[in-house]
Design a protein around this ligand. Structure first.
Ligand SMILES: [Zn+2]
Length: 224
């Protein structure tokens, strides 16, 4: 890509214009105290890792599930949030949903679409697993368990079919990357509609040997 990650970031900002706010996930592994000015992202890719380090970019303070943003709505999107769930309605992707933002999946699929966790929270899915996260509470470094609707997320890819059949997803190539663009509200609305019919439809089947989805399935109270 011409000019690498910075070229991509410039192109995205150019497409949004001065009125637009660009947001990217900058999640971390929670293994050490999170400092939004220095903690590297974990598994987010070089573009997001480059983005949050740029001048004028804000980064939210969640110790595991942070996002970075630049533009008129950045401070609203990056405002403090509850520890759990990391990606519910009161979180950066939840606020993008509230604001009527768009989701661009660039070189990834819906399995990486964090906005679907907003849908899970709104639908009230019955699974929730906890992950240890190091935090600093009033100067004391401690480990807290943060509950979230975590699983392998592969079945989030079902969204392709549901959005396509309703004409709610634009698809094309950006450089060499497959790109999907959809409205956050459409993503959440379709996911909630499907989850209300089958609350476990984003989890792998119990016979598929998926450790993460089995853990989520085992967390369902009535399942035991
Ligand atoms: Zn799975």
């Amino acid at each position: 890509m011409e000019d690498g990650p910075l070229g991509l970031i410039r192109a995205l900002r150019g497409a949004l214009g001065d009125e637009g706010t660009l947001v990217m996930p900058t999640m971390t592994d929670g293994a050490s105290v999170f400092d939004p000015t220095s903690t590297p992202t974990h598994g987010m890719g070089i573009t997001a890792e480059t983005f949050w380090r740029q001048p004028g970019v804000m980064r939210s303070s969640h110790p595991g599930g942070s996002f970075a943003a630049i533009g008129p709505m950045a401070s609203f999107i990056c405002a403090p949030q509850p520890l759990s769930p990391p990606h519910g309605p009161d979180s950066p992707p939840g606020r993008v949903h509230e604001l009527g933002g768009q989701v661009l999946l660039l070189g990834v699929t819906h399995s990486e679409n964090t906005t679907l966790h907003v849908g899970e929270a709104i639908a009230g899915v019955p699974y929730s697993v906890t992950h240890p996260t190091v935090v600093n509470i009033d100067g004391v470094v401690t480990t807290v368990m943060i509950a979230e609707t975590d699983h392998c997320c592969r079945r989030f890819d079902q969204m392709d079919r549901w959005l396509r059949e309703r004409g709610l997803q634009r698809e094309g190539k950006v450089g060499n990357a497959d790109a999907r663009l959809c409205a956050s509200r459409d993503v959440v609305e379709v996911a909630v509609e499907k989850l209300l019919i089958d609350p476990l439809l984003f989890l792998c089947g119990g016979n598929e040997g998926c450790v993460e989805c089995d853990a989520a399935r085992d967390s369902v109270p009535s399942h035991a």
